[in-house]
Design a protein around this ligand. Structure first.
Ligand code: FAD
Length: 494
C-alpha cells in the first residue's frame, strides 16, 4: 500500500463509501481504512433468531451511558457500516428542514444553505443508490428534477389493504423511497430487509453501491480490519500530516494530502476528541442527535398479515405541522415485518403461540420525531471509554405523534395499538457531533464539511448534519458526501 496516498477515507459506511464513489473518477490515489470486515456470503443473514435475539452482527464494544452504566450499543462495524443492516429508506429531508423551524419545545436551526443547494447531490445519490419511489405520492416531497430512477416497491396484498384502510380515515400514505431490488432480495430468502444484513443480494447500501462504484477504479484501495486510532498534525499544527491505524496487532501510518473522516457520528467525534483536533470551537462531540422513535403494533383479530417485507409506505401528514395549525410532529413509516422471533426477542417470556398469533394479525409501524441540537447532549471520552450523554429533546411532539397514529390506526379498525419508545442503546440515526456551520466559533466544519481548523481535513458522515429532521438520514449523508467530494476534487485539481 502507498504510505502517501492522495486521500485517506476513514470508514466505508454511507459517508465514506459515497465520498469514495464521488472521488474515484478523479484518478487520485485513495485508500479507505475500515475497521470491520466484509459480511461473508454464508452469514446467518436471514435468520431472525440469530440476528434479533443473539445479536449476531453486533460488535462486543460497550459504551457508558450518562449515569456511567455500561451498555452494548446497536452500532455496527463492517464494510458498508450501519447501512448493511439498514431499512434502505432513502428519503430527502423536506425543503422546510433546511430553514429554521419552530417545534413544540424548541427551535430546529436553519442550515447554512437552502434545500436547493443540496438538491442536485440528492439526485446524484438517488442514482448511485438506485432508489425506487414515486415523487408525486407525498405532498411534503421537495422539488425533484425528475422521477426516481425506478418505480416504487409494490405493497404486498395485506399491506395494500392496510394502506386502503388508513386512506379511508383521511390519512395520505405515500410510497417510501427505497433502495431495494425486491425480486433479488426475495430470491435470497423470504424476509424483510430492515435489520437484516445484506450479503449482496438486492439491498442498495454503502457496500453494494457506493463502494462497488469506487472499487471499480484501480486508483481506489480498501483496507479492512484497519482501525484508525489517531490523526496527527504536522509542525504547523494546521494540516493533518499522519493517520495512525492498527491492523493485525501492528501499527501503521499513512501520510496523505487529504483526510476524510467518515467513521460515523459517534466514532468520528471520538477520533477527533482522542486526537485533540478540529475543536477550537469546543463543539466536537456536542449536539449529538438521534431520532425520538417508537415502534407500534396495531392489532386487529380480523386482519391477516401474511406479508413478508411490509415496509413500503409512510405518512407525512403531521410532518410540517400537527394538522391542526400547531408545530410539527414527525414521520410515520411501516417497520420491517415483526415476525414471531422478533416479537419474542423484544417481549420477555412471550410464548411462541401468542407471538405467532399477534404477528399474524398486526401491522407494525415506526414513529419518528426530530431531536433538536443541544450542546449538552454529547459524546465524551471517559478515560478510554466512550460515554454517550444523550439528552432527548422534543418529546412532547413525539408523544403527540404516537397519539395521532394510534388514533388513526384505531379509526382504521385496529382496536389495539401498542407502542414502545426506542431507548438510548439504539443510536441508529446518530448524527450531529461535528456539525457544519458558518461561524468557526460555533461549528467545527464549514458548509462544505471542511474543518475550520485543518484545511485538509473533511468530516463527511452523519456527524456533519446540523439537524436531524424527522426522516431517515442516510440519503442526506450520501448527498453531503458527494458535495464534499466535489470540493475535494476541486482542491486536488487546483
Ligand atoms: C438497524 C438500522 C436501520 C437503519 N435504517 C435506516 C434507513 O432505513 N434509512 C436511513 O436513511 N438510515 C437508516 N439507518 C441509519 C443509517 O445506517 C446511517 O444513518 C448511516 O449508515 C450513517 O452513515 P455514516 O457514514 O455516518 O456511518 P456508518 O454507515 O456507520 O459508517 C461508519 C463506518 O466507519 C467505520 N469505522 C468506525 N470507526 C472506525 C475507525 N476508528 N477506523 C476505521 N473505520 C471505522 C465503521 O465500521 C463503519 O463502516 C439505520 C441504521 C440501523 C443501525
Amino acid at each position: 500500500m502507498q504510505s502517501s496516498p492522495d486521500i485517506v477515507i476513514i470508514g466505508s459506511g454511507m459517508g465514506g463509501a459515497t465520498l469514495a464513489a464521488g472521488l474515484a473518477p478523479t484518478g487520485a490515489r485513495i485508500v479507505i481504512l475500515e475497521r470491520g470486515a466484509q459480511i461473508p456470503d454464508d452469514a446467518p443473514a436471514r435468520d431472525p433468531n440469530r440476528i434479533f435475539r443473539n445479536s449476531a452482527f453486533l460488535s462486543d464494544e460497550t459504551w457508558l451511558d450518562e449515569t456511567g452504566r455500561r451498555f452494548a450499543p446497536g452500532n455496527y462495524y463492517q464494510v458498508g457500516g450501519n447501512t448493511k443492516l439498514y431499512g434502505a429508506v432513502l428519503i430527502r429531508y423536506r425543503a422546510e428542514d433546511f430553514a429554521e423551524m419552530q417545534h413544540a419545545e424548541g427551535v430546529s436551526p436553519a442550515w447554512p444553505y437552502p434545500y436547493e443547494t443540496l438538491a442536485p447531490w440528492y439526485e446524484a445519490a438517488e442514482k448511485l443508490y438506485q432508489v425506487r419511489g414515486d415523487v408525486s405520492s407525498d405532498p411534503t416531497e421537495p422539488a425533484h428534477a425528475g422521477p426516481y430512477p425506478f418505480a416504487s416497491v409494490p405493497d404486498e396484498p395485506a399491506i395494500a389493504a392496510v394502506r386502503s384502510r388508513l386512506k379511508a380515515t383521511g390519512a395520505r400514505p405515500f410510497d417510501l423511497p427505497l433502495g431495494v431490488d425486491i425480486e433479488r432480495w426475495l430470491r435470497g430468502g423470504k424476509t424483510g430487509w430492515d435489520g437484516y444484513p445484506d450479503t449482496r443480494s438486492g439491498k442498495m447500501d454503502a457496500e453494494t453501491c457506493g463502494l462497488a462504484s469506487a472499487l471499480a477504479h484501480d486508483n481506489v484501495e480498501l483496507v479492512t480490519g484497519a482501525r484508525v486510532t489517531g490523526l496527527k498534525t504536522g509542525p504547523d499544527g494546521k494540516r493533518i500530516a499522519e493517520i495512525v491505524y492498527e491492523k493485525n496487532g501492528e501499527t501503521h501510518r499513512l501520510t496523505p494530502a487529504t483526510v476524510a473522516l467518515c467513521a460515523g457520528a459517534v466514532q468520528s467525534a471520538v477520533l477527533l476528541l482522542a486526537s485533540g483536533l478540529a475543536n477550537s470551537s469546543d463543539q466536537v462531540g456536542r449536539c449529538f442527535m438521534n431520532h425520538n422513535a417508537s415502534a407500534l403494533i396495531a392489532f386487529d383479530p380480523r386482519f391477516r398479515n401474511d406479508s413478508v417485507y411490509q415496509k413500503t409506505f409512510g405518512i407525512n401528514d403531521w410532518y410540517l405541522s400537527d394538522g391542526e395549525g400547531g408545530p410539527p410532529l414527525g414521520n410515520i413509516q411501516l417497520l420491517g415485518r415483526v415476525v414471531p422471533d422478533i416479537l419474542q426477542a423484544n417481549v420477555r417470556f412471550l410464548p411462541k403461540p401468542v407471538a405467532s398469533y399477534v404477528s399474524g394479525h398486526a401491522v407494525d409501524l415506526y414513529a419518528m420525531s426530530e431531536d433538536l441540537p443541544d450542546p449538552e447532549s454529547r459524546i465524551v471520552l471517559n478515560g478510554s471509554d466512550i460515554q454517550l450523554i444523550w439528552r432527548r429533546s422534543n418529546m412532547v411532539a413525539h408523544n403527540r405523534l404516537v397519539g395521532k397514529i394510534r388514533a388513526t390506526a384505531r379509526a382504521a379498525g385496529f382496536p389495539v395499538v401498542l407502542s414502545r419508545l426506542f431507548d438510548g442503546r439504539v443510536p441508529s440515526h446518530q448524527c450531529g457531533t461535528v456539525r457544519i456551520g458558518t461561524d468557526p466559533a460555533s461549528a467545527a466544519l464549514d458548509p462544505e464539511c471542511r474543518s475550520f481548523d485543518h484545511p485538509n481535513l473533511f468530516v463527511a458522515d452523519a456527524a456533519c448534519l446540523p439537524t436531524s429532521a424527522a426522516v431517515n438520514p442516510a440519503l442526506t449523508v450520501a448527498a453531503m458526501a458527494l458535495r464534499a467530494a466535489d470540493t475535494i476534487r476541486r482542491d486536488h485539481s487546483a
